[in-house]
Design a protein around this ligand. Sequence first.
Ligand code: CU
Length: 124
Amino acid sequence: MSRIQPSLPALLAMLPLLGSMLLTGTSRVHADDIPVIDISAKRFAFSPDKITLKKGRTVKLRLHSEDVTHGFFLRPLKLDEEIPAGSTTEVTVTPQQAGTFTSICDHFCGANHGNMNMTIMVEE
Ligand SMILES: [Cu+2]
């Protein structure tokens, strides 16, 4: 009994904390149900270098530059973003056509800039 007594108040003290954690988790899901895809840009690659989207389904791309300023350009999906050095650009996209596309960095970022791209697949 003497071993249980000290732990019970500790447990009770944690309950409100636990409850608020659960509430925060729930409200976050409801507040913004657009899926977010994180993409990081770093000389001279995007990571991940391939993502798959669904035609007609809106997603938010959160583009983050880990070093210098990069671009993110893909005409068929009407994407033309700049990702400033060390910061994050968010863009919402709803693909209107299925296919396999290549998004390129269109902001000169160094010697191998021309090979900096990633694949965006859009499924029907
Ligand atoms: Cu770049």
